[in-house]
Design a protein around this ligand. Structure first.
Ligand code: ZN
Length: 432
């Protein structure tokens, strides 16, 4: 019952998988009060007598397993440990229901910083990467355990609720509105999100429903130059990466400024400070959208492989730069290569360590690795293997070794030298 990933120690239990989460949340922004019930449809990987569920700081009122009380349970240190009344054999399924409540807040750790449920001036965001999912729902917090989700969220009338999934319906109930969402595509726990604020919806025209959920006064030049171009970005990324992998895409723009934006599954969160016409805001709008392919549809199995998300999303920024008539991808690559060459060369891209997993060098060196690969094998082969990578792994979990093997198989070439230099050595290789 120990944690499963050394980058996020203490989270996750490899002895079972969650297949489906049914989350029912009743939230009052005034006082930050959450009353909730979660039902986890689980499948035992091993013979199961005891299981561990991640849930931080919230108070557990009741636990049932297949409708009955378990032999016993304890909840301390972020771990809900449940001793089953009867053993469940490997492959057997069980429903675990947890009733809980409290005042959710971010989970703060020394190496990974803050993540999770975060109160805004008037509303909420959940920015859970990598360890914040247990701040708002009981879960098996492993990136490689993807599941489907049903969300039922009650919030006071006047608030808009956006979740990482497709809207199902809304129903008024007294002084509240009940919002239902569904995510059928397999989703990692950290990619689930809940966003509540006083927002209106701007519909955009795209190959899937595109919605911007934002305060009513965000429209203007900065908006047009950034979020206004999302339909074009989405069509362009479909042309280079393959079909958009989810049923819809929602962009939440909070009334509060945010330090950084963040991707969730089929949803990204920005502060209103990102409505500004500059490369540094445009690139992030492209970056978060590209994560829908790289990170959300195709997700790392271990956090050490974070470059498979950030390097790819960063490279997508450079591709959009060229497509939109700004600097070419090659110019961007050479610019950032020069900047990287001035920094310490003490980072192993394929295993940077938890302290450096979101270091800017992971993003830039990751993107440069892809640019070097493209120079080595040619653009046609490069984009072909990106598309087949997405197609073959959508809904799944991958490692760096999987990507290297995929490239070698698709090209019929040994690319060991190139990948070894960029991914496994600290010195910055020459850019071809
Ligand atoms: Zn990113």
């Amino acid at each position: 019952m120990t944690g499963t990933d050394p980058y996020v120690p203490g989270h996750g239990d490899a002895s079972y998988d969650v297949l489906h989460y049914d989350l029912r949340l009743d939230y009052k922004p005034d006082g930050n009060r959450l009353d909730a019930e979660a039902t986890l449809r689980c499948r035992a990987v091993d013979d199961l007598t005891r299981m561990r569920i991640d849930l931080h700081d919230l108070r557990v009122a009741r636990v049932t397993v297949n409708g009955r009380a378990p032999a016993r349970y304890t909840h301390r240190g972020g771990a809900l440990a449940i001793w089953l009344a009867d053993q469940i054999g490997a492959g057997g399924e069980l429903d675990v229901r947890v009733k809980y409540s409290g005042k959710p807040s971010v989970l703060r750790t020394r190496t990974l910083g803050d993540a999770g449920w975060e109160e805004l001036t008037d509303g909420v965001i959940v920015a859970a990467q990598p360890h914040g999912a247990p701040t708002w729902f009981p879960c098996n917090d492993r990136p490689d355990n993807k599941a489907s989700y049903d969300f039922t969220v009650s919030a006071p009338t006047g608030y808009h609720v956006a979740m990482s999934g497709e809207p199902v319906d809304t129903t008024p109930r007294g002084s509240s509105v009940v919002w239902r969402y569904r995510q059928d595509a397999p989703m990692a726990t950290y990619l689930a999100t809940c966003q509540i604020g006083r927002y209106a919806v701007i519909e955009q025209d795209g190959p899937v429903p595109l919605r911007v959920v934002a305060p009513t006064d965000v429209a203007g030049d900065g908006f047009d130059a950034t979020f206004g171009r999302q339909p074009e970005m989405l069509r362009f990324f479909e042309s280079v990466f393959g079909p958009y992998p989810f049923a819809c895409y929602t962009t939440v723009i909070t009334d509060d400024d945010l330090e950084i934006p963040l991707e969730s599954q089929s949803l990204s969160t920005f502060g209103r400070n990102f409505c500004a016409d500059s490369w540094d805001t445009v690139r992030l709008v492209a970056h978060e959208l590209a994560h829908q392919w790289f990170g959300n549809a195709v997700t790392l199995r271990r956090w050490q492989d974070i470059w498979l998300h950030e390097g790819f999303a960063c490279y997508a920024e450079w591709l959009w730069s060229e497509e939109s008539g700004d600097d070419s991808a090659d110019e961007r690559a050479r610019h950032y290569y020069d900047r990287l060459a001035d920094k310490d060369e003490d980072l192993v891209l394929a295993d940077p360590g938890p302290e450096l997993m979101f270091d800017d060098r992971v993003y830039k060196r990751g993107a440069l690795t892809l640019h070097a690969l493209r120079a080595e094998i040619g653009s046609e082969a490069f984009f072909g293997l990106l598309q087949s990578w997405v197609k073959e792994n959508t809904g799944g979990s991958v490692t760096t070794e999987d990507f290297v093997a995929h490239c070698q198989q698709e090209t019929g070439r040994s690319l060991t030298g190139l990948f070894d230099a960029w991914l496994f050595q600290t010195d910055l290789p020459e850019l071809p």
